[in-house]
Design a protein around this ligand. Structure first.
Ligand code: PEP
Length: 248
């Protein structure tokens, strides 16, 4: 059985002080949880402070983005080595907001995953269709394109997939558990057809996950966890999602 995996994507929220306040409140709430992998991805500026507080805890530190070069004249970018030295062991790549507002293509996502993997960073790869694409019945075609482009020439070692239908992100509109499971099943089949080790890859659902819908989503066999935005910003809310993710 795949271990449930719940990740917090804080996006552009929280100063260093706010990050410390969150972690100090959150850690005691989840200290005894061993049945769920938990990750927090604060903004770059909070990583080092978060790392100090998360040391020897059961919470993994992740970043929200990385550049695909190891070093050089790339003003404003952050390398995999910098993430490692800030205490990260994982990075989120290809989030729909990066694709939408920062023009990240599958080719760029693929280069970022390669560099992250070369540096032994685990990766949460985000994929998912827009509302128009779903309404045009193109969901599976979009997933095919994103999976093929993002994972070109790559193994599945250290990869988690986050299925995040863009229409459900930050909108309060959660996919039904059946819609989530259907997409995850499609992704699993794609991985089986195209790569080795597909059955051990965890597939998270993302899109308006909250404490009151996590249990229902997790009851589906192909939902292995969640990538959480808004509801991960408050310690009690995120702890509620972590607790609700324990498979019954
Ligand atoms: C996300 O940012 O990945 C996300 C799923 O956001 P939200 O939970 O706010 O919909």
């Amino acid at each position: 059985m795949r271990k449930p995996y719940i990740a917090a994507n804080w996006k552009m929220h929280k100063t260093i002080e706010e990050t410390e306040e969150f972690i100090n409140a959150f850690l005691p709430m989840v200290r005894d949880i061993t049945d769920v992998d938990i990750l927090v991805a604060p903004p770059f500026t909070s990583l080092a402070a978060a790392s100090r507080l998360l040391k020897s805890s059961n919470v993994i530190l992740g970043a929200q983005n990385v550049y695909y070069e190891e070093k050089g004249a790339y003003t404003g970018e952050v390398s995999p080595g910098m993430l490692l030295s800030a205490g990260c062991s994982c990075v989120i790549i290809g989030h729909s907001e990066r694709r939408q507002y920062f023009s990240e293509t599958d080719e760029i996502v693929n280069k970022k995953i390669k560099t992250a993997m070369n540096n032994n960073l685990e990766v949460i790869l985000c994929i998912g269709e827009s509302l128009d694409e779903r309404e045009e019945n193109r969901t599976f075609e979009i997933l095919d394109t994103q999976l093929a482009g993002s994972l070109r020439d790559l193994s599945l070692e250290g990869i988690t997939i986050a299925y995040e239908p863009v229409w459900a992100i930050g909108t309060g509109k959660t996919a039904t558990k059946e819609q989530a499971n259907e997409a995850h099943t499609y992704i699993r089949e794609w991985l089986r057809k195209n790569k080795d080790g597909a059955d051990s890859v965890r597939i998270q659902y993302g899109g308006s996950v909250k404490p009151d819908n996590i249990e229902s989503l997790m009851s589906e066999p192909e939902v292995d966890g969640a990538l959480v935005g808004g509801a991960s910003l408050k310690p009690d809310s995120f702890a509620g999602i972590v607790t609700g993710a324990i498979k019954k």
